[in-house]
Design a protein around this ligand. Structure first.
Ligand code: MTE
Ligand code: HPA
Ligand code: MOS
Length: 774
């Protein structure tokens, strides 16, 4: 029905494929998105007789389950069955890194919202009614909600990790300035638009198919197999796209899929389980809050000589991805700066919050906030601008990171200097000074925020992906990879790669759903590496097919292979168009019994990391950038606006400029939200207070910066990135940290007595208190 319009929207005149594509490509999902036709889990057309499920969860943060009475719920008309830990045929265990998390609570509950049972009924409404009829008695135990309390009580997820470079003790003794301090950064709710959910269908012979809103289809498959005690090949996981993940579905999409599968396993019926927003907010983990202490030492000429930092990560009640996130905090503890002597330590503190999890930046933002705080504090004590200290310490080519990797193709200074020049930082500063002199009740503040973010899963063994490419008889192409489309545009990029290799138009290519039967044993779509890993494997598969097709063309046209090129859906001989079209070439290949399917495996070369030494070369490359923030604070109300954010960003050579710009803008605003307005609150009993959109404020159209300018840095790009187009998903989130410091500078312009607390987010309430603090 929509075919013509769809073709129009994708149709491109392919003059020179790569350039034309790069400039004009739109996210291939934009057409169905704006029409509301894109498919999510809740849009799956369910089978007749599908059951609906609701999770019964703990109403206390910590305690012993004394009794549960399901009888009234079970007696409710329309309730099919209630599943608990007793029904699990395999292992009641869903922990990926550490096996410390049950699917359903057994005798003890560890957080408010911890799943205890699954109610399966004819309708969701009935299942919810039934949930209200369950009676539970819990003997309460002491509740830990903060990382500090956990540290005092010795409550940890695992052993601490520590990176060190040089000798901090010795270095501190030769410092002109030494400062110590504490910081706090709060958690952050993912607030993906599509809540967690899964749909499970029985196939024959006890096989089960799951449609899941997950970033990690293989984790879902593996965990279902473990919990059900059956082989992985009996489970097929399929993902069309996510209505956002942001890390929140790297691990935490799994339990709901497992529960639905468990019900299907017993009932041999389809089961749909989609959390409503309240359930999702209460039951799922968020970005980790961090409490940190630091000591920073500088020379007379503002060189940071030594930096010591201890991060307390509030991990929640189980490990989830916390150990990996803690590790990334250490990797990014010095942000864009070269510090010759570093001692960093992270403790994953076990508390009675829902297990906190991956969130865009994956612990990196928390690490960077601390060194930016340390620099800001040092600057105000010494009486210089933070800018001076930042600039003095930016990374140079061949500097060593605390984890041993040598910085190469560094763009830290390039983006910094370009931002200063392009956006005329001196004029901006003058403007702000002038404004602040002439305004009593409004004050402006400025801050610069450089970023350096490592690309690759920090766990080397996860850096691989596969692509399966079919060319069909009519010349159309189907591509399957491990990539999960979550709004970041990875499907469009993969399409562009194939279009470029074969020189065919985008409408010849279809990106298939992400499915574990077509591409197996995959890493999650995460670490900003999805396009690099899956794109490179797609490139490899397409190149192999291209070689084969060139051979067919050479035999058919009787010319040497090296003189053959595919261009605009025709075979060219020495740059001259032949009569052989793409479609005819495919027919000939088929006739000659040439395989038109290829599978390729890509594993990032060169990377390695030795955890026993905490040294190595974990990242394929780094992404750099610099943002300049200006803000205006209303000093009567404590409210603020961001006048502008001006960024010079290291895209490498962007292959999809519109998509990449969207990623920078989205991440920036998400980072600003984390630093300024999004305030997660639990009470001392571990109950989530910010449990609705009325009590948890995310940036809206009124709170985004009045102007965002993003200029690509001039660079050669990096061959480790797909077509030299660098990963872009997470790094720009950390620009948001600049928002925090811009506000602080505006407050200082109003209240010279103000002492910055380095406690984020900087909500208007806190701004107001700070404006009038002594
Ligand atoms: N963009 C959108 N629209 N939706 C998302 O869920 N997730 C972010 C980022 N950008 C996300 C997004 C996160 S946390 C990561 S790791 C990357 O996208 C994942 O995709 P990539 O590896 O293709 O960059
Ligand atoms: N980034 C994101 N997700 C991950 C990582 C990482 O480094 N490691 C494991 N999951
Ligand atoms: Mo992103 S936090 O690596 O899913």
């Amino acid at each position: 029905m929509h075919k013509n319009k769809l073709n129009n929207s994708l149709n491109l005149k392919l003059d020179h494929v790569s350039n034309a594509l790069k400039k004009s490509v739109k996210n291939i999902d934009s057409y169905t998105h704006v029409r509301g036709e894109s498919l999510y889990v809740d849009d799956v057309i369910v089978r007749q007789g599908t059951f609906h499920a609701v999770v019964f969860d703990s109403p206390k943060a910590h305690g012993i389950i004394k009794s549960i009475d399901y009888s009234k719920a079970e007696a409710l008309e329309g309730v099919e069955r209630i599943f608990t830990c007793k029904d699990i045929p395999g292992k009641n265990e869903i922990g990926g890194i550490i096996h410390d998390e049950p699917l359903f609570a057994e005798n003890e509950v560890h957080f408010w919202g911890m799943p205890i049972a699954l109610i399966v009924a004819k309708t969701e409404f009935i299942a919810r009614k039934a949930r209200e009829l369950i009676q539970i008695e819990i003997e309460e135990l002491p509740v830990i909600t903060t990382a500090k309390e956990a540290k005092v009580k010795g409550s940890f997820i695992n052993a601490p990790r520590s990176f060190s470079l040089g000798d901090t003790e010795k270095a501190f003794s030769s410092c002109e300035y030494i400062f110590e301090g504490e910081t706090f950064s709060n958690g952050q709710e993912h607030l993906y638009i599509e809540a967690q959910g899964a749909y499970s269908e029985p196939l024959e012979n006890g096989n089960i198919k799951i449609t899941s809103s997950t970033q990690g289809p293989t984790s879902v498959q593996k965990t279902i197999a473990n919990v059900l005690g059956i082989a992985m090949h009996k489970i097929e996981v399929d993902v069309t796209r996510l209505g956002g993940g942001f890390g929140g579905k790297e691990d935490q999409a799994t339990p709901w899929a497992v529960m639905a599968a468990l019900a299907t396993y017993y009932l041999n019926k389809s089961v749909k389980l989609i959390l409503n927003r309240h359930d999702d907010l209460r039951m799922t983990g968020k970005r980790h809050p961090y409490e940190s202490t630091y000591k920073i030492g500088l020379s007379k000429d503002l060189k940071i000589l030594a930096y010591q930092v201890e991060f307390l990560q509030n991990s929640g009640a189980a490990a989830d991805l916390s150990p990996a996130i803690a590790e990334r905090t250490l990797f990014h503890a010095t942000n864009s700066y070269y510090v010759p002597n570093v001692l960093s330590k992270v403790l994953s503190c076990k508390t009675n919050l829902p297990p906190n999890t991956a969130f865009r930046g994956f612990g990196g933002p928390q690490g960077m906030f601390v060194i930016e705080s340390a620099i800001a504090k040092a600057a105000s004590k010494i009486g210089v601008s933070a800018r001076q200290i930042q600039e003095t310490n930016l990374l140079n080519e061949n500097d060593t990171f605390s984890y041993g990797q040598i910085a190469k193709k560094v763009e830290a200074k390039n983006t910094w200097n370009s931002a200063k020049d392009i956006f005329d930082i001196d004029a901006l500063e003058d403007e702000i000074e002038y404004f602040n002199k002439n305004n009593a009740t409004f004050k402006k503040g400025l801050a610069l925020m450089p970023i350096t973010f490592g690309i690759s899963f920090t766990n080397t063994s996860m850096n691989h992906a596969r692509a399966l490419v079919h060319i069909y008889l009519d010349g159309s192409i189907g591509i399957s990879t491990a990539a999960v489309e979550m709004g970041q545009g990875v499907n469009t990029k993969i399409m562009q790669i194939a279009a470029q290799v074969f020189s065919v138009s985008l409408d010849k290519i279809k990106i298939e759903t992400t499915n574990t039967t077509r591409v197996a044993n995959t890493s999650p779509s995460a670490a900003s590496s999805t396009a690099d890993l899956n794109g490179k494997s797609t490139l490899m598969a397409c190149n192999s097919l291209l070689e084969r097709l060139k051979k067919v063309a050479s035999e058919n046209l009787n010319v040497l292979e090296e003189n053959i090129k595919l261009k605009d859906e025709f075979v060219y001989i020495n740059d001259e168009k032949s009569n052989l079209s793409w479609t005819e070439l495919i027919s000939k290949a088929m006739f000659n019994r040439v395989a038109l399917t290829e599978n390729a495996h890509y594993a990032t070369p060169e990377i390695h990391f030795d955890k026993t030494k905490e040294k190595g070369h974990p990242f394929a490359y780094h992404v750099y950038g610099t943002a300049i923030f200006t803000t205006t604070v209303d000093c009567i109300r404590g409210t603020y606006e961001f006048d502008s954010v001006k960024i010079v960003h290291d895209y490498g050579k962007s292959m999809s400029e519109g998509i990449d710009l969207g990623q920078v803008e989205g991440a920036l605003v998400q980072g600003i939200g984390w630093m300024t307005m999004e305030e997660i609150a639990y009470n001392s009993n571990g109950k989530l207070l910010s449990n609705a959109l009325s009590t948890y404020k995310v940036p809206d159209v009124f709170s985004v910066p009045k102007s965002i300018e993003v200029i690509p840095v001039e660079t050669d790009g990096n061959d480790m990135a797909i077509l030299k187009s660098k990963a872009v998903g997470e790094p720009p989130l950390m620009y948001g940290i600049g928002a925090y410091f811009a506000i602080q500078n505006a407050i200082k312009a109003f209240n010279p007595n103000y002492k910055v607390k380095f406690h984020a987010p900087m909500t208007p309430e806190k701004v107001l208190m700070s404006l009038y603090s002594e």
